[in-house]
Design a protein around this ligand. Structure first.
Ligand SMILES: Cc1cc2nc3c(=O)[nH]c(=O)nc-3n(C[C@H](O)[C@H](O)[C@H](O)COP(=O)(O)O)c2cc1C
Length: 570
């Protein structure tokens, strides 16, 4: 079982004078939406040995010791000249301090915002730092004449890519990564990573797609043969396809009809984690997010984003009984800029009193804005349950916007083609899923057997469904096939709107399947399933799952079948 493997560091040569050191965590790292696929991750560092040596992106503190051991075995760390940082994560401070103890001569290399963060993280204002603004280069000798490309975004304002023309490697840090842990250093057979790479993009990149497009433009002219990513397998075989996909996925965001400005600040990362989950919920419903960390964003930019958005959501921690000053400034901008037909939302993490969220909520309510979800208050760090609530609140917000914008068109009779498509019938079923503390369900009729051996089926899940997040490869669920005659009650129950985080199984007769998901006791039959893979099919995911177990609960019943007038509705 991979989950029980201990953390380790995998070292591998990747090009002339160049090695990767992959610090591997096999289990889910943190309660952050980007790790929800629970496939572990790798923190990739790189060592380039020219006449001078450079270490790129050493890992966080849980790896400090084993990383340094792995490094020492291959290289005399005392001779290290440079440490290059694609972004500065305070979590790396322990490793950086340990490196400095062994090699006090190290010069750091990072972007200008990175230098500010680094001096703070290492509590040393005199740290030798080479600041890379875009024009500067660093010659390590032996042809490793490094170039640097600042690629900032609201989440990583200090993000910096490094390019080595000698090896044609782009050290892309957060760009092009995936949170998946394994033995594969490169991405041969890269299509197996499609789902992870897409999910990683959706969580980390989609909320700042505009900045991703700018980064892609800046990188477009470099002849690159390998993306040396910060996480997951290195991108060699699927490089062209992934680059094209990043362009396409970003364009889908920047050209969306509706946009939400998601404005927040976060001193310790908790409010930022909530923001990411809300953003994920919005983008999965097909509405774009312009993510704004107001600590690093100029007031004019905030104003412009609010002006062009269809809705805005504000998030803040409470510090010393107040909202941080950048949030107060942003609130002033919002109040003077947003019109009353823009939808509003408020969220934040707090410790004990939570005045910041109360203040923002009351000011927005007094100003007459309508809210797209009930204000979200989370004590300290979010967990799985609060993240699910945030994601569902984001989706509700997006759906409310879509509903408000929908121009009521006179009802047009269904075309002959639509009526014909409507003659495809499916069994009425309820998909139920429970993983740890989170659960969800959905009524499904686009269900079909797909294989005999192994027994398998497909279910089409709309991208914006809450249960979608529980139907990734490796996830388990139960397909409850409803019985003709008693299906109406269950159908009505699962069709009604549920609030964010609301328990869909309250007042429903259910028992637990072997895979942990609820079996509806009034169903005709049930199947316990494991998701094998899924295919993007327009506005749905087509989920292919194999059947592990199942039972007919009523020998005499027949399957409830859903007859439709047109193929444009379920
Ligand atoms: C210096 C400091 C002051 C704080 N003051 C308050 C406070 O007055 N009221 C409160 O509810 N929480 C307070 N907290 C707790 C934070 O709001 C809480 O840690 C929150 O998760 C921080 O969110 P963030 O990670 O997004 O910055 C304080 C925390 C610190 C470190």
């Amino acid at each position: 079982m991979p989950q029980t493997k201990p953390r380790d560091v995998q070292v591998f040569p990747v090009a002339t004078d160049t090695r990767v050191l992959r610090s591997r965590s096999w289990t889910r790292l943190r309660f952050e939406i980007e790790y929800a696929l629970a496939k572990g991750t790798t923190a990739n560092s790189y060592l380039i040995e020219g006449d001078k040596t450079a270490l790129i992106d050493p890992p966080g503190e849980t790896f400090t010791q084993i990383f340094l051991e792995a490094l020492q075995q291959r290289f005399d760390v005392k001779k290290l000249d440079y440490v290059i940082l694609g972004h500065v994560n305070p979590n790396r401070a322990a490793t950086l301090k340990a490196l400095l103890e062994i090699a006090p001569q190290i010069t750091f290399v990072c972007s200008n915002p990175g230098a500010i963060n680094l001096r703070g993280a290492l509590e040393n204002l005199d740290l030798p730092i080479l600041i890379m603004r875009g024009e500067e280069t660093l010659d390590l000798g032996k042809g490793h004449y490094l170039q640097f490309i600042p690629t900032p975004n609201p989440r990583y304002a200090d993000h910096l890519c490094t390019y080595d023309p000698q090896t044609e490697i782009l050290y892309s840090d957060k760009l092009f990564g995936a949170h998946v842990c394994g033995d594969q250093v490169f991405d041969e057979g890269w299509e197996v990573y499609n789902e992870h790479r897409r999910y990683y993009f959706d969580c980390l990149m989609a909320p700042h797609a505009r900045q991703v497009e700018t980064a892609l433009d800046k990188l477009a002219d470099l002849p690159v043969r390998l993306y040396a990513t910060g996480h997951g397998s290195l991108v060699r075989y699927g490089l062209i396809e992934l680059t094209k996909a990043y362009r396409l996925w970003s364009q889908q965001q920047t050209s969306a009809d509706l946009t939400v400005a998601l404005i927040y600040a976060s001193a310790y990362g908790n409010t930022a984690t909530l923001a990411q989950a809300i953003a994920r919920g919005i983008t999965k419903a097909g509405v774009a997010v312009e993510s704004i960390n107001c600590e690093f964003t100029d007031p004019d930019e905030i104003r412009a984003a609010v002006e062009k958005a269809d809705g805005f959501i504000m998030g803040s921690p409470t510090l010393g009984g107040h909202a941080p000053t950048p949030v107060q400034t942003a609130l002033g901008i919002v109040l003077s800029t947003a019109t009353n037909n823009q939808l509003a939302g408020v969220f934040g993490s707090f410790g004990w009193s939570g005045e910041a969220v109360d203040l923002i909520e009351s000011k927005l309510k007094d100003a007459g804005y309508r809210f797209g979800f009930d204000t979200i208050r989370v004590k300290f760090k979010p967990n799985d349950v609060t993240l699910q609530l945030c994601e569902e609140a984001g989706t509700d917000f997006a759906q409310a916007l879509k509903k408000a914008k929908k121009v009521r068109s006179p009802s047009v009779p269904a075309t002959s083609v639509e009526q014909a498509v409507g003659r495809i019938v499916g069994s009425l079923c309820v998909v139920t899923a429970k993983q740890d503390d989170i659960s969800s369900a959905m009524l499904a009729s686009w269900v079909s057997q797909a294989s005999f051996s192994p027994p398998g089926l497909t279910i089409a899940v709309a991208k914006e469904r809450a249960v979608e997040s529980l139907t990734h490869s490796g996830n388990k669920f139960v397909l409850n096939i409803l019985k003709d005659g008693n299906h109406i009650g269950l159908m009505k129950h699962f069709l009604k709107p549920f609030g964010p985080g609301q328990d869909r199984f309250a007042d429903v007769a259910a028992q637990e399947a072997e895979n942990g998901s609820p079996i509806l006791t009034d169903a005709l039959a049930y199947l316990e399933c494991s998701v094998q893979n899924r295919m993007e099919s327009g506005d749905h995911w087509l989920v292919y799952a194999t059947v592990d177990n199942g039972k007919l609960l009523d020998n005499n019943g027949v399957t409830a079948v859903h007859h439709r007038k047109t193929g444009t509705h379920y």
